[in-house]
Design a protein around this ligand. Structure first.
Ligand code: SAH
Length: 217
């Protein structure tokens, strides 16, 4: 079942070259993408397309992000070996695996119970053991804070206050911000307890980060 063949490895190599040609220059990120078997995070019907630079459905009306988006957000995190990283939107678990391959400590939150269960199983079967939570990303994980880095993988309507609090001074939050079809990728640096520096990195398209209280099963 968990089959990573030479053919898949070859397709991944090509994907890595494509990402390099599109401007991903962090070798550690490219190596992580090269190691994670993305095809295993997709439904069977899409396996042959897994290494195209495309987003795909992963069930529950959600999508696995484009490889370029995953690589781009990961690169913006500028990860260091002992970083503690909080991901919002576990989804398929693919971005989470790429973070695990970067050798950092990862915590990830998902609001769909079925995706939470499914991605946890897949992550563990591939030998990745991040801390995964079924819960609301807007609230973060206060008992594990502060975080060196926070990565949001759904379109955020605003910058969540709780996540700002849970970020370390000097840390980054990568957030696709906006409520329309396209969002602006921003990197917030927490300069002091109350000040944030904002850098912008162009338009991306994510499924929405949802705020309703009722979690989905
Ligand atoms: N990182 C994922 C991308 C998944 S798409 C991957 O690599 O596959 C975004 C995910 O964010 C969806 O699974 C969606 O259910 C989840 N999400 C949306 N709003 C959320 C919230 N408030 N808290 C936690 N997860 C949320």
């Amino acid at each position: 079942m968990l089959n990573d063949t030479y053919r898949h490895k070859g397709m991944r190599r090509k994907l890595v070259e494509l990402l390099r040609s599109k401007g991903i220059s962090d070798e550690a990120v490219l190596e992580a993408i090269d190691r994670v078997p993305r095809h295993l995070f997709l439904d069977n019907a899409f396996i042959n397309f897994a290494y195209k630079n495309q987003a795909f459905p992963i069930g529950s009306d959600q999508t696995i992000s484009h490889p370029f988006t995953v690589a781009f957000q990961t690169q913006l995190l500028e990860l260091k070996p002992k970083d503690k990283v909080l991901e919002i939107g576990t989804g398929s678990g693919y971005q989470c695996s790429v973070l695990m391959e970067m050798g950092v400590k990862v915590l990830s939150i998902e609001r769909h119970r079925s995706l939470h269960m499914k991605s946890k199983k897949m992550l563990n079967s591939l030998g990745y053991f991040p801390k995964v939570f079924f819960g609301d990303g807007f609230k973060g994980q206060p008992s594990y804070a502060p975080f060196d880095k926070i990565i949001i993988t759904a379109a955020a309507p605003f910058i969540p206050e709780d996540l700002k609090k849970q970020l370390k001074v000097g840390g980054f939050m990568i957030i696709p911000l906006g409520e329309s079809e396209k969002q602006e990728m921003q990197r917030l640096t927490k300069v002091s307890e109350t000040e944030f520096k904002i850098e912008t990195y162009g338009e991306f398209s994510f499924v929405p980060m949802l705020q309703d209280k009722s979690f989905k099963s």
